[in-house]
Design a binder for this molecule. Structure first.
Ligand code: ADP
Ligand code: MG
Length: 273
């Protein structure tokens, strides 16, 4: 499937939601995998101390590994910590290690503490150009489930926020807090940030509740919600224990296909964003 169009410029997406367990990491790695498999140049930046995105992409992230921590805290060039995903061509990952857990505190006293990821990415793109590499098509940042300085760094580095929403009763609760935080960032740190994409995840088609929540979210955010919906799927939840995305673990499963659709839709919206 190399018929996919490259976006006109690098797109910077951050997958965010201050709730844990809503499918942020699963969305980040599977969208990344689908885009890379289609031939695009993709970089996943893992900024969650848990390192779940690194795990799902098969990237080592034990405490001794050079990681995004070194980039954010010690000015190590991003190029020095990137690791190619072993199973997927064109997919690079900046791993997260447990050291990141201290970064929220350690960043506080640094100069330009909110801009560190953005600057590291800018330097990296210059480095790619200088070394004759193609530009990146997508940078996808996987955030921790909090609104601390790591997430702020992601919001400053990104142009687009992708919000995964779990189709359950409390889905919309907390969303207004997230949107308020994004407005604060737009006002003070990154005027070009916007919520471009909302993805309904863990959808259980057998329940009325899921359908109601989905309808409600679509009503509130008609232009942001993707047509593609990610079903609740055992294959999706199994994949990380094999250090895989569902795209590589079981490419013909409904979960893999729906993430592929979502990725195609995101890419087709390149012109609009
Ligand atoms: P977050 O990054 O927001 O904390 P994760 O992506 O890690 O959320 O997902 C939380 C858990 O739910 C993980 O165990 C993941 O494998 C599982 N999961 C995510 N999406 C699905 C899905 N569509 N169907 C079934 N399980 C899922
Ligand atoms: Mg996560």
């Amino acid at each position: 499937a190399k018929d996919i169009k490259r976006p006109p410029a690098t797109r910077y997406l951050t997958v965010s939601n201050q709730k844990g367990g809503v499918g942020k990491t699963t969305t980040a790695v599977n969208i990344a995998a689908a885009l890379a498999r289609a031939g695009l140049n993709v970089l996943v930046v893992d900024i969650d101390p848990q390192g779940n995105a690194s795990t799902a992409l098969g990237i080592p992230h034990s405490a001794d590994v050079d990681s995004i921590y070194d980039v954010l805290l010690d000015d190590v060039p991003l190029a020095d910590v990137l690791v190619p995903c072993p199973d997927i061509e064109n997919l690079l990952c900046a791993p997260a290690t447990i050291h990141l857990a201290g970064a929220e505190i350690e960043l506080v006293s640094l100069v330009a503490r909110e801009q560190r990821l953005r600057r590291a990415l800018e330097q990296y793109e210059t480095h790619r150009a200088d070394t004759g590499q193609e530009r990146l098509d997508y940078v996808i940042i996987d955030c921790p489930p909090s609104l601390g300085l790591l997430t702020v760094n992601a919001f400053v580095a990104a142009r687009e926020v992708v919000i995964p929403i779990q189709c359950e009763y409390y889905a919309l609760e907390g969303l207004s807090q997230l949107l308020n935080n994004i407005s604060m960032i737009q006002k003070h740190l990154n005027a070009s940030l916007k919520v471009s994409t909302i993805l309904l995840t863990m959808y259980d088609g057998r329940t009325n509740l899921a359908a109601q929540v989905a309808a409600e979210v679509r009503e509130h955010f008609p232009s942001q919600v993707l047509d593609a919906v990610i079903p609740r799927s055992v294959r999706i939840s199994e994949a990380p224990s094999y250090q895989q995305t569902v795209i590589t673990y079981d490419p013909s499963s409904s979960g893999a296909l729906s993430y592929q659709e979502a990725a195609t839709e995101i890419n087709e919206r390149s012109a609009a964003v």
